[in-house]
Design a protein around this ligand. Structure first.
Ligand code: NAD
Length: 478
């Protein structure tokens, strides 16, 4: 079994005295490789490298920084297939989705590189004669990036690309579930000639290495993607140093299906939300509200579509639509939520159990009808191939149900009525709303959750500027 190492100052560094974390393939339960459970001194070495490299990097013209991202994107594009296989093996997503993740990562690096020539300050009118007021955007310094496992390769770029193009350096802690793809990312960074110290990767578990990174006074911002509970722990760890946090947290996206909707389109979009990455995606529809008049038709068609979904080991069979859940804890969460919903009166229309497949944690595609708004399954993130369906009478009720959530990441509505769509846009209190299409954000948008779904956001111009701080300069002519 291969032993991988931390990536510090442009090279892989052994941590001889560390315990090791074994990484397993969730489709089979078999061990793949191991990474170190890094120590405090490993993390300090990574921070040393990032701190030392940052001023020189920030002094380079932004376009040079962008070119470094482009070189990395080109290397990634030449390695889509092997990278996709690494992601699928450790995370369990199907190969076509892993290929999309890799290609999207390369595009994202190129997209952020384009911003190099567009980072702009401001000139502001002064109240004083002969004075010029300037607003500069400057790098924050060293960014700490803490990642989840569900889109692990892309999330490295989602944090590193805006950090680097704006003149920061970064120390990343990948999820302990999916560290292998981060090793591959670093290998390509070396091949692409990325200067040492810009990207550093330190492996380990959350409560040790993650917490130490979040509480380091040397990190200027912690960019975290993960669950609400861990996001709160990251905020608490960052608080004593008043370190800025950028938090991309969980979601519980409502999908509203009006009676006038294209039902076939809504069924396909909801199904795709619940099976993509085995339902383990923050932005996907997690609760479905259907207008009573079309509820039976919708539930029947959704159940048929879910029943026809092929799932299994994505490396053994490329035709499957989804693979296993990430681990036993994820499996217990999904099955517990479904069991308690059924006990509270929900009807299991299809699925509702562990699939009889050897090796991994496979859950059957599941549709629950007769779900009520107050049930736990409507309020907690499921992260599995399960669609709970609630019926509503009118738009007022649907909007009230949708907004009744601690989460506020994404939402969607299916209707042919422009007035209904517009009212939903104005009254649904979420960071993103998709109208008549499946949930998936664009890199030029701004992915930012309301309420407990996060603080700040990622992507586009607004995501880029999260990685800068302003510097006001007042110049008095004498
Ligand atoms: P998680 O919160 O369990 O772990 C995320 C990361 O935090 C891991 O690297 C983990 O090691 C680390 N961590 C754990 N405890 C820590 C601590 N005390 N201090 C610092 N770091 C710690 O999340 P997960 O299970 O890996 O990912 C799934 C979650 O991520 C879901 O809730 C999902 O909705 C969310 N997510 C959100 C977005 C978004 O863009 N909003 C994107 C992807 C995933």
């Amino acid at each position: 079994m291969h032993e991988y190492h931390n990536f510090i100052n442009g090279r892989f560094v052994e941590s001889p005295n560390c315990d090791r974390i074994e990484v397993t393939n969730p489709s089979t339960g078999r061990a793949i490789c191991s990474v170190p459970e890094s120590t405090a001194s490993d993390l300090e070495a990574a921070l040393d490298a990032a701190v030392a490299a940052q001023p020189g990097w920030a002094r380079k013209p932004a376009v040079e920084r962008g070119n470094a991202l482009r070189a990395l994107a080109a290397k990634i594009r030449r390695n889509v297939e092997p990278l996709a296989r690494v992601i699928t093996e450790e995370q369990g997503k199907i190969l076509p989705l892993a290929r999309v993740e890799v290609a999207f990562t390369a595009d994202y690096l190129d997209y952020m590189a384009e911003w190099a020539r567009r980072i702009e300050g401001e000139i502001i009118e002064s109240d004083r004669p002969g004075e010029t007021i300037l607003l500069f955007r400057q790098p924050i310094g060293v960014i700490g990036g803490i990642l989840p496992w569900n889109f692990p390769f892309f999330l490295i770029a989602r944090k590193a690309a805006p950090a680097l193009v704006t003149g920061n350096t970064i120390v990343i802690k990948p999820s302990e579930e999916t560290p292998h793809n981060a090793v591959k990312f670093c290998e390509l960074a070396i091949e692409a000639g990325l200067p040492p110290g810009l990207i550093n990767v330190v492996h380990g578990r959350g409560p040790s290495v993650g917490r130490a990174l979040a509480s380091s006074p040397r990190a200027g911002m912690i960019s975290f993607t993960g669950s609400v509970e861990t996001g709160a722990a990251v905020m608490a760890a960052a608080a004593p140093n008043i370190t800025k946090v950028n938090l991309e947290l969980g979601g519980k996206a409502p999908a509203i299906v009006m009676a006038d909707a294209d039902i076939g389109l809504a069924v396909q979009a909801v199904k795709s939300s619940r099976v993509i990455n085995s339902g383990q995606v923050c932005n996907c529809a997690e609760r479905v509200y259907v207008q009573r008049k079309v509820a039976d038709e919708f539930v029947g068609k959704l159940a048929a579509a879910m029943q026809n979904t092929r799932f299994g080991d994505p490396l053994a069979d490329e035709s499957v639509e989804y693979g296993p859940l990430i681990n036993e804890a994820g499996f217990r969460k999904v099955s517990g939520l479904v069991e308690r919903a059924a006990a509270a009166g929900a009807v299991v229309v299809t699925g509702g159990r562990r699939a009889p497949l050897e090796g991994g944690y496979y859950y059957e595609p599941t549709v629950l009808a007769g779900v009520r708004q107050e049930m736990e399954i409507i309020h907690r993130e499921i992260f599995g191939p399960v669609a709970p369906v609630v019926t509503f009478e009118d738009l007022d009720e649907a909007i009230a149900y949708a907004n009744d959530s601690d989460y506020g990441l994404t939402s969607s509505i299916y209707t042919r009525d422009l007035n209904v769509a517009l009212r939903a846009c104005q009254e649904i209190r979420f960071g993103e709303t998709y109208i008549n299409r499946e949930n998936f954000e664009a890199m030029q948008g701004f992915h930012a959750g309301w309420r407990k779904s996060g603080i700040g956001g990622a992507d586009g111009k607004h995501g880029l500027y999260e990685y800068t701080q302003t510097h006001m300069v007042y110049i008095q002519r004498t």
